[in-house]
Design a protein around this ligand. Structure first.
Ligand SMILES: [Zn+2]
Ligand SMILES: [Zn+2]
Length: 145
């Protein structure tokens, strides 16, 4: 598993906020940092509980809106295809997911061989772009086995 370079991620965060004229408030920094540290693709609910331990007065709505803003400017990704509620991913670089259907954990997989999956040669339709080229595995994780 890759570890994250938090300083580099924070630099990226500052750059992006500047680019989109987003004020860098203590709330936004805390929410981003907590998401970075969580590494389990938390939902708003899960993240809200974590952030509230640091900022007791923050509202659910603020956390929710902040995450949506972050995903709109591309600092984080919304994890698609795991039903409700929405899950968030601080890693916007190419990677793949393993989803544990027992504990609902989403584990990152970094595997270059999967990064450039080719569309079958006999695919008759014209493709202009490919979205979410992400391999998603489902199963039971090590701790649930
Ligand atoms: Zn599990
Ligand atoms: Zn991920």
């Amino acid at each position: 598993m890759q570890t994250i370079d938090q300083d580099r991620e924070m630099d990226y965060f500052h750059e992006k906020c500047k680019e989109y004229n987003l004020n860098i408030t203590p709330q936004r920094i805390t929410i981003y940092k907590e998401l970075l540290q969580a590494r389990n693709h938390p939902s708003v609910d899960v993240l809200f509980k974590q952030v509230r331990q640091i900022l007791p007065n923050i509202s659910f709505d603020t956390v929710n809106r902040t995450l949506i803003t972050f995903s709109e400017i591309g600092i984080i990704d919304v994890v698609e295809g795991y039903g409700n509620p929405k899950r968030f991913d601080p890693d916007t670089k190419r990677h793949h997911h393993f989803w544990c259907t027992k504990c609902n954990k989403i584990i990152d997989i970094y595997h270059e061989a999967w990064d450039d999956l080719e569309v079958p040669a006999d695919f008759g339709h014209e493709i202009s772009s490919v979205h979410n080229k992400k391999v998603v595995l489902e199963g039971v994780c090590e701790s649930c086995k």
